[in-house]
Write a protein that binds this ligand. Sequence first.
Ligand code: ADP
Ligand code: MG
Length: 391
Amino acid sequence: MNIHEYQAKELLRSYGVAVPAGNVAFSDSQAQAVAEQIGGQRWVVKAQIHAGGRGKAGGVKVADSIEEVGRITDEMIGMNLVTHQTGPQGRVVKRILVEEASDIQNELYLSFVIDRATQRVTIVASREGGTEIEEVASHSPEKIITETIDPALGLADFQCRKVAAALGMNDKTRMTQLVRIMKRLYRCFRDKDALQVEINPLAQVAGDKLICLDAKFNFDDNALYRHPDINELRDLEEEDPKEVEASGHDLNYIALDGDIGCIVNGAGLAMATMDAITLHDGKPANFLDVGGGASPEKVTNACRIVMEDPNVKALLINIFAGINRCDWIATGLIQAYTTLNIDLPMVVRLAGTNVEEGRKILEESKLPFLQADNLDDAAAKAVATVKGEQT
Ligand code: ADP
Ligand code: MG
């Protein structure tokens, strides 16, 4: 789960990490009130969407007067911001952050992320922070520093100093600040079960002060149950509405861009199904994982959510029942077919617990389910129906 920049900064502030004074606003008058409260002569107005790359796309603007704060906010709220991270459809801006403008001398990159290869939290840092970090990583990977943290020992001081020195922060003032920032970020990361925290830029400003000008968090969804404070920050408007609806029914939905809607159980089977469809020259439109113990109601909800995607031209139901039961899945499919008035081809591959009963239920229903013997057969049939429809 992601949170907004202003929420990330509040979290960092509560851990004693330096961030600019600022606050969220939903309207121009609110934004002006925030600017007045902060004081000073220059402010930055920043679009709050769950995507980076805003600076280059017009989502970060400097204002030199309270009036200008209002004017920029008025332009920004309601605009469709397209950045290299939003995809071509962009994101509508609904809230902005007004904060004090810093006088930047130098921009660094600092992040903590779980490295799946080593299975450890790793610091990733670079002297070349700012908006071009992706280019630095691809063109000059030697400019990226990494440091792996041992979970039993925690983040050691010498590791922080090593990273700080590699970032050119050798003098006492900046070294002390950076070590403190890293330690606090790591504590926050661990406390909140984050998957990533990214500060870009971590800026050096007047008086050799280090301050986080942009902050991004990603939290482990599976650990949210023990972080109600974080879960509360969830902005459902920033998420795919179908994914939100699916999670409300305890289903996992992933939107893709093809035309075969897939209902499966388990992430592994989802991957295998995608591979099989691709092998037969087809493209999945989405994936819906019904998980274990799928009741007929859950299957009906699954069909409804998958079919809400207008690109879907056929459904492929691929269930390998262990905890699930094929007869329940079959009953659910019939219920879905009749209650939802499905007029798309439905290819069904059932295997595992109660498979004979499941197949019999489908056959006896006399509804036009296309039964498949195995995964390969199912993918071939689904692709063939879609291609047949198009010609
Ligand atoms: P994004 O990563 O989405 O482009 P950032 O928050 O990193 O957005 O802002 C882009 C750039 O704008 C930063 O690299 C920094 O140079 C500048 N910037 C952001 N916030 C401030 C601020 N409070 N004061 C001065 N400059 C800022
Ligand atoms: Mg940034």
